[in-house]
Design a protein around this ligand. Structure first.
Ligand SMILES: *[C@@H]1O[C@H](CO)[C@@H](O)[C@H](O)[C@H]1NC(C)=O
Ligand SMILES: *[C@@H]1O[C@H](CO)[C@@H](O)[C@H](O)[C@H]1NC(C)=O
Length: 367
């Protein structure tokens, strides 16, 4: 009898707890969301029409809450998505306004995606660096200006930082290299200036570092080659100068290295030719000297583009021992001599070799 009563009490307590738990979000989170919403304007899809009622955890488009705490955990607002709402309207999203600092009152936020709205302006609220649980911060495809908050390095749980396709200016903050959990850094197509932090290599979890189309100056920090997991490094279309650190060729999983359209000088490190890199673009720099004669079975390139540099000498004989060369561009250099004959070259066209000093042989004119 006593056991049954105890059991029923336990059931009642559980039911009470469950009932409590499914109640709405905290009024303070709801108020913060409404303040966030009031700084934005979106009329095409009526994204915010669903932001009504007291329970912001239930059916508010783009909002989800932590199951236990019922605090707002995710803001996920995408201007372009596979969502049927968008397909039906045949329109891509458009939103104006700014990201209100009220977002920083949502202290349990783990992910913030406000992406591809094309019309959101203003700055990234500095207080965003005080959100201790933030793992994803994705603001790609807006018109956000101002600088990256200096305290960004405080977000020690951050794994994804994506500010690509905005109007962000100023330097990469020194604190960025404190983001020891960061896996994906995308700052492409902004107006970021200054140099890359010398200790960039402290970003030990990084697998993609995409910084192309900015105004970055200075040299490539050799510490980058300490990033064991780095698979994709894109520094193209900047104003980088100085040499390519030879240690980059020793990186275990680096598959794509894009340094095209910079002011990089010096020689091509031989290590790059026998590295894990399969996609190498060094086009439009000031590289000089010879193409290293170290190709071998470990040289596997889906694309290798060395065009528009000041390379001289001949095309090294070893190149025919590469295991694969899909696309090759050596045009606009000062190369001379006979083009080696062999399997990596059978499918290449004259444009791969044009505008050199005196290259000859198939697919160019006979020597
Ligand atoms: C990086 O983190 C350390 C330890 O938390 C701190 O002492 C240092 O000031 C931070 N560096 C920057 C540039 O914020
Ligand atoms: C290499 O970069 C140049 C300049 O940005 C670009 O035009 C070219 O298409 C790239 N090459 C390859 C193979 O992607």
């Amino acid at each position: 009898m006593g056991a049954v009563r105890l059991y029923l009490t336990a059931v009642a307590i559980t039911l009470f707890a469950v009932t409590c738990a499914v109640q709405g979000c905290p009024p303070s989170d709801r108020a913060a969301l409404l303040a966030f919403k009031s700084a934005l304007h979106e009329s095409k899809h009526g994204i915010f029409n669903s932001w009504v009622g007291t329970d912001c955890c239930h059916n508010w488009k783009g909002i989800s809450c932590d199951q236990q705490s019922r605090r707002v955990a995710d803001i996920n607002l995408r201007g372009e998505s596979e969502d049927p709402i968008y397909e039906k309207s045949h329109r891509t999203g458009y939103m104006t306004g700014t990201i209100s600092p009220a977002i920083c009152r949502l202290t349990r936020l783990s992910s913030v995606t406000i992406a591809d709205w094309k019309g959101i302006t203003g700055e990234i609220p500095k207080c965003i660096t005080t959100l201790p649980f933030l793992r994803i911060l994705d603001l790609i495809g807006n018109r956000i200006s101002g600088e990256i908050p200096a305290g960004i390095g405080r977000l020690h749980r951050l794994t994804v930082l994506n500010f690509a396709d905005n109007l962000i200016s100023g330097p990469i903050p020194a604190s960025l290299t404190n983001l020891s959990s960061l896996m994906h850094l995308d700052l492409r197509n902004n107006k970021i200036s200054g140099e890359l932090p010398r200790d960039f290599g402290r970003l030990g979890m990084l697998s993609r570092a995409l910084l192309s189309r900015n105004l970055i100056t200075g040299t490539i920090p050799s510490s980058i080659s300490q990033i064991y997991r780095l698979a994709d490094l894109d520094l193209s279309l900047n104003q980088l100068s100085g040499p390519i650190p030879a240690t980059i060729g020793k990186m275990a999983v680096l598959a794509t290295l894009n340094l095209d359209c910079n002011k990089i000088s010096g020689r091509i490190p031989p290590s790059l030719i026998v590295s894990a890199i399969s996609n190498l673009n060094l086009s439009r720099n000031s590289l000089s000297g010879l193409i290293p004669d170290v190709f071998g079975p470990r040289s596997y390139f889906t694309a290798i583009d060395l065009s528009f540099n000041s390379l001289r000498g001949d095309i090294p004989k070893s190149i025919i021992s590469a295991s694969y060369i899909g696309h090759l561009d050596l045009s606009h250099n000062h190369l001379c001599g006979r083009i080696p004959a062999g399997s990596p070259f059978d499918h290449l066209e004259a444009s791969s070799f044009s505008y050199n000093d005196c290259l000859c042989g198939k697919p160019l004119k006979t020597c």
